[in-house]
Design a protein around this ligand. Structure first.
Ligand SMILES: Cc1cc2nc3c(=O)[nH]c(=O)nc-3n(C[C@H](O)[C@H](O)[C@H](O)COP(=O)(O)OP(=O)(O)OC[C@H]3O[C@@H](n4cnc5c(N)ncnc54)[C@H](O)[C@@H]3O)c2cc1C
Length: 431
């Protein structure tokens, strides 16, 4: 049944929310019938748009983890919610290594076993084939199966009353309406509140007047292959450091099972002019020459702190708000957190109450991101000798140990105080 919304009386008769459904098959038929009536009545295009308009309390653009969590939260609190997703299937195409830290999502989402590919219990850090160390980190997190996880989150939102429209690409915003392209048809949906959850290549921020552009310091191009027919320890994630593998960032081997892994890397374009594919192909030749490449992914991760990520009637969340970690590139947890925070606070706004979106985002997400952003800036100033030094110190701290938590501030302090050279580059991180 359709949700009444928070202020049903403000919806025009006949233009209320539609029943919840995973896709709208009625749209084409509606359009043809409406067009026929218009043809007979000689009504113009603008009136056509008005007649076809549908109004919701909240429209969310993007059905990734951020959008689905925002929808679930707001719909559960009684808002009428529409989620627009440009692709016909949720979770495809996927551009992610699927690592998720348990401590990052605690209190926000209980992870179901069927959403997981493997459960991790430790980490291997490598610098070359011959040099690596390993430590146990029980309950560190999981390698998710996002082709199952992302649709499951969307399904939870729909079960709580969200209307989800697939193959529906937001192409503009005008007068509190999102203009949508659905297989060539233009449809308008009205909102009282808008949430931009449209990922790395977000347009919502731009359309709402926010500068989301990224310069070369603020973007990490990535390449990743899903490789099968290999042998990996399915409970250990492997991070590989060094200019040879991933200049300015790192490479990863994230096991999806004992014979399949997401193998990828990011790099900083200020450190090399070579393409990510060049580095990944040579890593694969070195580590998994016999492996079968099942899928190739090329995408980018943002590392920027926006001056503004909300406005009078909108919030940006997840990658659209650049809530990815500037050091690790991880963004799933912050997408989930920002989604929950946005859903809850959007409902407060709709009720005319004070919201705490910015305060909560700062406390739960931005404080850490801002520190990591400063660490990243220092990291990008380092050279191969410094990376060797970091590797040596980390080996001393972690090798063979069992770790229950890694506190980034303490680790950075340890690194800076252990090396005069690192101290010179990063001493301001101590304050
Ligand atoms: C190579 C790579 C590896 C990564 N590995 C990890 C990792 O291991 N761990 C981790 O935590 N993070 C990782 N990330 C980051 C992570 O994938 C993102 O941070 C996360 O997906 C952000 O979620 P989101 O919901 O904000 O955006 P997304 O998951 O990108 O979802 C956005 C959705 O919006 C839709 N959309 C976009 N524009 C429109 C439009 N105009 N109209 C309608 N729909 C639209 C898209 O189709 C998409 O479904 C990785 C990223 C890359 C590129």
């Amino acid at each position: 049944m359709p949700k009444e919304g928070l202020e049903p009386s403000s919806c025009k008769a006949g233009h209320g929310p539609e029943p919840c459904a995973s896709t709208s098959s009625a749209t084409s038929a509606e359009f043809i019938i409406t067009y026929f009536i218009l043809y007979v009545k000689k009504i113009n295009r603008i009136q056509l748009y008005k007649i076809m308009s549908k109004n919701y309390d909240i429209i969310i653009v993007g059905a990734g983890p951020a959008g689905s969590m925002a929808a679930f939260t707001a719909a559960k609190l009684g808002a009428s919610v529409l989620v627009l997703e440009e692709h016909p299937e949720i979770g495809k195409p996927l551009t992610c290594a699927e690592g998720l830290s348990r401590s990052m999502v605690n209190n926000y989402l209980d992870i179901e076993p069927e959403w997981i590919s493997t459960e991790l219990s430790g980490i291997i850090i490598s610098r070359s084939d011959s040099e690596e160390f390993k430590f146990k980190y029980p309950n560190v997190g999981w390698i998710m199966n996002r082709e199952v996880f992302d649709p499951a989150l969307a399904r939870r939102a729909v079960l709580n009353g969200t209307t989800l429209k697939l193959s529906s690409r937001a192409i503009g915003i005008e007068d509190n309406e999102v203009i949508v392209d659905k297989s060539g048809e233009r449809i308008r949906y009205g909102f009282k509140f808008l949430i931009g959850a449209d990922g790395m290549s977000s347009n919502i921020g731009k359309w709402m007047g926010i500068d989301t552009r990224l310069n070369l310091y603020e973007i990490d191009p990535c390449a990743e292959y899903v490789i099968e027919d290999i042998e990996v320890d399915q409970h250990f994630a492997n991070l590989i450091l060094g200019e040879k593998y991933a200049p300015g960032a790192y490479a990863w081997i994230f096991p999806k099972s004992s014979n399949c892994a997401n193998v990828g890397l990011g790099l900083s374009p200020i450190k090399t002019k070579k393409h990510t594919k060049y580095f990944l192909d040579s890593l694969i030749r070195e580590k998994f020459p016999e492996g079968k490449i099942k899928k190739r992914i090329y995408a980018c991760i943002p590392a920027k702190i926006l001056k503004r990520y909300s406005g009078v009637n909108f919030y940006l969340i997840g990658d659209a708000a650049r809530f990815t970690d500037p050091l690790s590139g991880a963004g799933i947890a912050n997408a989930i957190k920002s989604g929950v925070i946005a859903g809850r606070n959007a409902v407060l706004r709709l009720k005319g109450k004070k919201d705490y979106f910015k305060d909560e985002i700062k406390k739960e997400i931005l404080n850490e991101i801002m520190f990591h952003y400063r660490v990243r800036k220092a990291y990008l100033k380092l050279n191969e000798r410094d990376y060797n030094e970091i590797f040596r110190i980390c080996k001393r701290v972690f090798d063979g140990h069992t770790v229950s938590d890694i506190n980034m501030r303490s680790l950075v302090k340890e690194l800076l105080l252990s090396s005069p050279r690192l101290f010179r580059v990063g001493f301001n991180l101590l304050f």
